[in-house]
Design a binder for this molecule. Structure first.
Ligand code: IMP
Length: 197
């Protein structure tokens, strides 16, 4: 079995990804790898931030690892909050404040189309090829509701309604969210790739 460190402290993301991982891989979060740091996300693109996170952890551990960076891209806001999704309303990374800011900025705007985009960066080393960097992307298209719906999930889930559903992510079980989820699509590509190595 291969052990892979997932460079995150976000318990919701770990739970989502663990529900998708096959028996061949043991994915462990930073806490289980004994790492307690707040990894910087200083860049203007999701791939650069994903690389920064994975590379920070690889530098410390010298072990295979992956990271992901996700942004909510709203058409009428020219792609904002995008790479700044976690801190849209300030450094506090407050989910409710971020939602309030999105709803305020979309006040009176009819075009509510939006998408979540996840980029995964994998740093994988093996004896024959040395250390390699791979990227995987998952997109979930949908729209922003006029108000919050549901209590589940995290982040912008209460205001995001994926294409093909009339429920917000926060009204779905994890299994149901996974059928649509940007993260699920990127993770599926990652594990398909790993299984074929
Ligand atoms: P991160 O930088 O990849 O951790 O994600 C940036 C921000 O996007 C998070 O703080 C959440 O607010 C939001 N986000 C990421 N994934 C999701 C999701 O699946 N649902 C709702 N919000 C999300």
């Amino acid at each position: 079995m291969h052990t892979l460190i997932f460079a995150t402290n976000n318990k919701n993301k770990v739970a989502e990804i663990q529900s998708l991982v096959g028996a061949d891989f043991n994915v462990i979060p930073l806490s289980e790898a004994g790492i307690d740091i707040d990894i910087p996300e200083p860049h203007d693109t999701l791939p650069e931030n994903a690389f920064e996170k994975a590379n920070t952890i690889f530098t410390i551990t010298q072990k295979n690892c992956f990271s992901e960076d996700t942004g909510l891209e709203i058409t009428a806001l020219k792609g904002a909050p995008g790479v700044k999704s976690a801190r849209y309303a300030g450094e506090g990374r407050d989910f409710q404040a971020n939602i309030d800011k999105v709803l305020l900025n979309l006040n009176g705007i009819e075009n509510r189309t939006a998408q979540f985009r996840t980029v995964i960066c994998l740093l994988w080393q093996d004896a024959s090829n040395g250390l390699q960097t791979y990227y995987f992307e998952g997109i979930c298209k949908g729209h922003i509701a006029y108000e919050m719906h549901g209590e589940k999930g995290f982040g912008y889930d209460p205001i995001f309604i994926p294409e093909g559903s009339n429920k917000s992510f926060a009204q779905m079980s994890m299994e149901e969210k996974n059928k649509y989820s940007h993260r699920q699509k990127a993770v599926t590509q990652l594990f398909t790739f790993l299984h074929n190595l």
